[in-house]
Design a protein around this ligand. Structure first.
Ligand SMILES: Nc1ncnc2c1ncn2[C@@H]1O[C@H](COP(=O)(O)OP(=O)(O)OP(=O)(O)O)[C@@H](O)[C@H]1O
Length: 331
C-alpha cells in the first residue's frame, strides 16, 4: 500500500471471533489526493478459514476496502490512517516489493470481469504457471503440471490443451475459472472475490460460485466475498459485514445479522434485496457522496428511527450481542 503516513498499530473492534485471526482491518481511512475520504475508519475481521461476505449499496466502499487490503488502490487514492494486518504482520505502509510477495501467495483476488485481469497476449497456462513460479520457485515443468491439474479440477475440460489458449478463447464462465485458478495456484490463505459472477448467465453464476466454494473449502482458505446478492452471501458466508458510506455498520454471523439486524440500515437492505411477496421495498434517499460533511450517525439522514442524538453523536461500533457488532444508538 502506498501510504505516506506511519501505520497505526491498532486492533479491530471486532475481536473475540472464533478462530485464529487472519485478516484484521482497523480504523482504515482512504482518501483521494484532494483529501476526499472514501473509507472512514473501516473495520473488518476474517478469521483463518472463515468465509466473510461484504454487502452494502453501490458506492459504499466494498471494492475500495478490498483494494486497500491488497495494496492496490487506484491512482490518486491512498490510505491515510489505520491498519491492515495479516496474521501478525502490518501491511499498510509496506513497500510495493513486499506487498507483491504477499499478493497471489497469501492473499489473492478474483474480480468481476476476469478477462480484464488476464494478459490478452499470453496463453492462460503460462500466466498461471508464472504466478506459481514467481512465488514458489518450482521448475517450469512442475509449475506447468500444477497449472494443468488445477485447471482440470476447476472444471476446464481438456485442460492440458486449453492451457495453451489465450484469454479471448474462453467464454465468460470459463475465463472466470481461469482467473480463479490464477488466484489459487499458490494456495493463498485468503481469497477475495469481488462480485465474481456479476455479468455471467444465472446458470453459469451458480457453477462459478460452486467452484469458488469447493476450492476454498478444499484448501481450508478464508474467503472474503463481495456481493449484492444476499442469497449468495447466505449460502457461502458464515459471517457478513454490512458497510455503508465507507464505514462498517454491522458485523456478525450471517444468519444472525440478516435475521436479527441491529442496524436499521441492515434491516432496510434485507427488505430491499429480499422483499416479501408483492412488496417493492427501498431505502429512501441515497448514500452520501464522498466529501459530504458528517455529523452523528452516517445513516441518520435516511433512517426512520433517527433521533437528535443520532444526528449529532456518532455511534460506536460495539459488540451489542455475543459476536454481533453494530453501530447504532437504538440498541
Ligand atoms: N479511483 C477513484 N477515485 C476517486 N473515488 C473513487 C475511485 N474509485 C471509487 N471511488 C469512490 O469511492 C467510493 C467507494 O467505491 P467502491 O468502488 O469501493 O464502492 P462499492 O461498494 O464497491 O460499489 P459497487 O457495489 O458499485 O462496486 C465511491 O464513492 C466511489 O465513487
Amino acid at each position: 500500500m502506498t501510504t505516506e503516513t506511519t501505520p497505526r498499530e491498532r486492533r479491530t473492534a471486532l475481536r473475540g471471533l472464533p478462530g485464529e485471526p487472519l485478516l484484521e482491518v482497523a480504523g482504515l481511512e482512504v482518501a483521494t489526493a484532494a483529501g476526499v475520504k472514501l473509507l472512514h475508519g473501516m473495520e473488518l475481521a476474517v478469521p483463518a478459514g472463515a468465509r466473510v461476505g461484504i454487502v452494502g449499496e453501490s458506492g459504499s466502499g466494498k471494492s475500495m476496502t478490498a483494494a486497500a487490503v491488497l495494496g492496490l488502490l487506484p491512482d490518486g487514492v491512498r490510505a491515510t490512517a489505520g491498519s491492515v494486518r495479516l496474521r501478525d504482520r502490518e501491511l499498510s505502509g509496506l513497500p510495493e516489493r513486499e506487498l507483491r510477495a504477499i499478493r497471489g501467495r497469501e492473499i489473492s483476488i478474483v474480480y468481476q470481469n476476469a478477462v480484464t485481469s488476464l494478459n490478452p497476449l499470453m496463453p492462460v497456462g503460462e500466466q498461471i504457471a508464472r504466478v506459481c513460479r514467481t512465488h514458489t520457485g518450482v521448475s517450469k515443468e512442475a509449475a506447468r503440471e500444477r497449472t494443468v491439474e488445477l485447471l482440470d479440477r476447476l472444471g476446464i475440460a481438456d485442460a492440458r490443451s486449453r492451457a495453451n489458449d489465450y484469454p479471448h478463447h474462453f467464454s465468460g464462465g470459463m475465463a472466470q475459472r481461469v482467473a480463479i485458478a490464477m488466484a489459487l495456484i499458490c494456495d493463498p490463505a485468503l481469497l477475495i472475490a469481488d462480485e465474481p459472477t456479476t455479468g455471467l448467465d444465472a446458470t453459469i453464476q451458480a457453477q462459478v460460485l460452486d467452484v469458488i466454494d469447493g476450492s476454498v473449502r478444499e484448501r481450508e482458505a478464508a474467503l472474503l466475498l463481495i456481493s449484492h446478492d444476499l442469497g449468495v452471501i447466505r449460502a457461502m458466508c458464515d459471517h457478513v459485514a454490512v458497510v455503508y458510506a465507507g464505514e462498517l455498520l454491522e458485523f456478525g454471523a450471517t444468519e444472525e445479522v440478516l435475521g436479527n439486524p441491529l442496524s436499521p440500515y441492515t434491516a432496510g437492505l434485507v427488505r430491499c434485496l429480499e422483499p416479501a411477496d408483492g412488496e417493492i421495498a427501498y431505502i429512501p434517499g441515497r448514500i452520501p457522496a464522498p466529501g459530504t460533511p458528517r455529523r452523528g450517525c452516517v445513516f441518520a439522514p435516511r433512517c426512520e428511527q433517527a433521533t437528535d442524538s443520532c444526528r449529532t453523536r456518532q455511534p460506536e461500533l460495539s459488540e451489542l450481542r455475543p459476536h454481533h457488532w453494530a453501530s447504532c444508538h437504538h440498541q
